[in-house]
Unconditional design. Structure first.
Length: 461
């Protein structure tokens, strides 16, 4: 298997540190607001990787953190006049609701910053004791990047050319304007006791401390959005290697941004669509296939037109298994297709090619249906559903998928009653009434399909 390693800039053979097991840390959400669809792209990319690793037999220890204390959380709490943890708890729950709606696999461990202050403080103490961190006259505690000559290797930046990597304003007590905060001294906001006084951690140290606790000094994969490459991941490498004298992460995996009008979708630019808003319009699997059609390292331009095109592809995949009684306990699948699927996914998770393989299965299914090849249909249907599960798609009942998001003044129950009336009319040879019912539903964007003595319906795009 080959994975593109952002640190070396090359696609490399993937060799886990421990045979049969994979350790992976992914930078999670700062929970101060609703998640947007750009966040979904990043987390769904790693969800896909975890699914595939497990599919080919690896045991995966998947750690994804939650940042539950941060400047943005504190500022929002002050604005709303509530404790900071009320904000973080509210939006952590909203995040979980969104991720469940998107059928994301839960991480093995989901650590929160506020639950790991002891580990964070201990790591900062180690860095200070080893001469990599300093504080001047009870100032904030900083990491001295001059003490780590390899600083900048991940982002390919020269120290002298760096901008400040801190989320807070530059402190005149810094030795170097590019030194970054490890501990922010403050007693007028959420704070914890330390040998430097009351305060809270800087942004970067949290991930170093939590990855060390749950994955050890060395682990296989560290991931996140491309925007985290610098300064966040650069700073993680520096502080982790200096605190533990280890190799830290073996492979760095970064997901490209989701753009809108050529600019990265972000809350700071106010050009985002929340996950909830998008899921009010589209089935969750439509969002997945929209992302799967592009490689995770390629930026995507977001538009409803492109999502509609993705929906048409998913519609055709679902149409291929419509009215087939799929037994998920049926173990016989097309091993040749499975092998091809695994091979393209082993090439740095080539999801666009994997989708093409699913489309080929759908074509085979349609051909088998025309030729009444029932056993072949059963094998192909099982194959497409099993491989679809690896990608997080084709997991709904096909009829329910096509009935998603029926709106207006007609309910699912109303539709089914009209279908029953139509079936009675047809049995009484009252074809005029049957046609009237079909037209009535069509006016509400509901299309009926009569196959093998059964009537199904779906909503038109």
């Amino acid at each position: 298997m080959k994975i593109y390693n952002s640190q070396t800039g090359n696609k490399e053979d993937f060799k886990p540190l421990k045979k049969g097991e994979i350790s992976m840390y992914v930078c999670g959400m700062t929970v101060y607001d609703s998640c947007h669809i750009g966040h979904a792209r990043t987390v769904l990319s790693f969800d896909l990787m975890v699914r595939f690793f497990r599919f080919v037999g690896y045991k995966v220890n998947y750690v994804r953190n939650i940042t539950d204390v941060d400047d943005k959380i504190i500022n929002k709490a002050e604005k709303e006049k509530v404790p900071f943890n009320k904000i973080s708890e509210k939006y952590a729950q909203a995040m979980h609701d969104d991720f469940i709606s998107l059928n994301m696999l839960p991480p093995t461990v989901e650590p929160k910053v506020t639950d790991h202050m002891n580990e964070i403080i201990q790591m900062i103490e180690t860095l200070e004791d080893n001469g990599y961190a300093y504080s001047n006259n009870k100032s904030d505690v900083y990491f001295d990047i001059k003490k780590y000559p390899e600083y900048g290797n991940l982002s390919k930046r020269v120290q002298e050319d760096l901008d400040s990597g801190s989320r807070i304003k530059i402190d005149l007590k810094k030795n170097n304007p590019n030194d970054f905060v490890l501990w922010k001294v403050s007693d007028d906001e959420p704070s914890w006791d330390s040998r430097w006084g009351k305060g809270r951690p800087g942004w970067h140290i949290e991930c170093s401390a939590m990855s060390k606790k749950y994955l050890g000094d060395n682990f296989d994969i560290h991931g996140g959005g491309l925007d985290l490459k610098f300064p966040h991941h650069e700073n993680e490498i520096a502080q982790s290697k200096c605190a533990t004298d280890s190799g830290f992460a073996q492979y760095w995996v970064h997901v490209a941004p989701l753009n809108i009008d050529g600019k990265k979708m972000s809350k700071s630019l106010d050009n985002f669509h929340s996950i909830k808003d998008v899921l009010n319009k589209y089935h969750p699997e439509v969002i997945r296939i929209f992302f799967l059609l592009s490689h995770y390292r390629n930026p995507i331009n977001y538009s409803f037109d492109l999502i509609d095109e993705s929906k048409n592809i998913l519609d055709k995949l679902y149409e291929s298994i419509l009215n087939i009684d799929i037994d998920l306990d049926y173990k016989e699948i097309d091993n040749q297709i499975k092998t091809s699927f695994i091979e393209v996914m082993k090439d740095d998770f080539n999801t666009s090619q994997a989708v093409k393989i699913l489309q080929k299965i759908a074509q085979n299914l349609n051909s088998s249906r025309l030729n009444n090849m029932e056993k072949d249909m059963r094998i192909q249907a099982s194959t497409i559903v099993v491989l679809g599960e690896v990608m997080g798609i084709l997991q709904s009942n096909p009829e329910e998928y096509f009935q998603f998001d029926v709106n207006g003044d007609i309910s699912n129950s109303d539709i089914n009653k009209l279908i029953e009336e139509r079936n009675i009319a047809r049995s009484n040879k009252d074809f005029s009434k049957a046609d009237d019912i079909r037209e009535k539903l069509l006016l509400k964007d509901i299309i009926l399909e009569d196959k093998e003595g059964k009537t199904s319906w779906k909503k038109l795009s």
